[in-house]
Unconditional design. Structure first.
Length: 289
């Protein structure tokens, strides 16, 4: 049985902000609802950042408007909170508006296990720390899901954990630490415990990317309303992910993507440490000198 998922990321409903065309979000959500109902997926996943935050009262209104935009979709919908959904709102506020729990969750569909890893996405801004915090409880949950997986595993989150290069990214080339969690390597190590194929999908970074780390394919989907790759027009990105013996991902809109691969449970050889920390390499350098 092939499992079909419809994906939308980084809706950013609200006033335009930098290259985010939030003013077009609700109209594009109408198109996404039509696209989704025609595709007839098993599940619809919202990867977070439904709004561009302003203040608590405004954000509550904006989140309600996005929730209403999902109402015409006939397939089950699951949501993940992004950082903009959390700047002025609690997880409980989002749960009340969306009518569902936003705790970490696994769903078995067909031959796949889908892990909605709703790790804390609030950006902390204090004199001691600025950025995401990967909470130990979220890391332990991910580790246990990987350890006990008895079928191929799809991990979905707002923030990617591949720590891949952000060269050319409007937001993150010069702010790479904001593109992932600190200590993301611990999350990758947790996934490496799985004895089954693992695939990761995230949003947040506002572009379509494919990165393979330790035998695990990490993908990020373009924002619905981003424009830095599309000459100022909103990308209108709608994703369709099909899971079977082969994984097929396509993104529709002005920034399209097509990619297919066969996931495996293979892992890579552990990485070498710094050359000079290895006696055989250090001795060679001393001899050469």
């Amino acid at each position: 049985m092939t499992v079909r998922l419809a994906l939308v990321a980084d809706i950013h409903h609200g006033a335009p902000s930098a290259t985010k065309r939030g003013d077009t979000a609700l109209g594009l959500m109408e198109e996404f609802a039509r696209f989704t109902n025609a595709a007839r997926p098993d599940l619809v996943i919202d990867l977070g950042d439904r709004i561009s935050d302003i203040d608590r009262d405004t954000d509550l209104r904006l989140e309600r408007e996005v929730a209403e935009a999902f109402a015409p979709i006939t397939a089950p919908v699951r949501h993940i909170c992004g950082n903009h959904d959390r700047d002025h709102l609690e997880v409980a506020d989002n749960e009340a508006i969306l009518g569902q729990s936003l705790a970490n969750e696994t769903i078995d569909i067909g031959g796949w296990r889908i892990a909605l890893w709703r790790a804390d996405s609030r950006i902390i801004r204090t004199p001691e720390h600025s950025g995401f915090v990967l909470k130990e409880a979220d890391l332990l949950w991910l580790s246990r899901v990987a350890q006990t997986a008895d079928r191929p595993l799809l991990v979905m989150s707002h923030v990617p954990i591949s720590s891949h290069a952000q060269t050319g990214n409007y937001y993150f080339q010069n702010n790479p630490s904001a593109s992932t969690y600190p200590h993301a390597e611990r999350a990758r190590a947790a996934l490496a415990q799985a004895r089954v194929p693992v695939v990761c999908m995230a949003g947040h970074v506002h572009w379509n990317t494919i990165t393979k780390v330790d035998g695990i394919v990490h993908m990020t989907q373009q924002s619905l309303t981003e424009s830095f790759t599309t000459s100022g027009e909103p990308a209108g990105a709608f994703g369709l992910l099909e899971l079977g013996d082969t994984v097929s991902w396509q993104v529709e809109g002005k920034d399209p993507m097509r990619f297919a691969f066969a996931p495996t449970a293979d892992r890579w050889t552990p990485v070498m440490p710094v050359f000079d920390s290895l006696p055989e390499f250090a001795a060679r350098r001393r001899t050469a000198a």
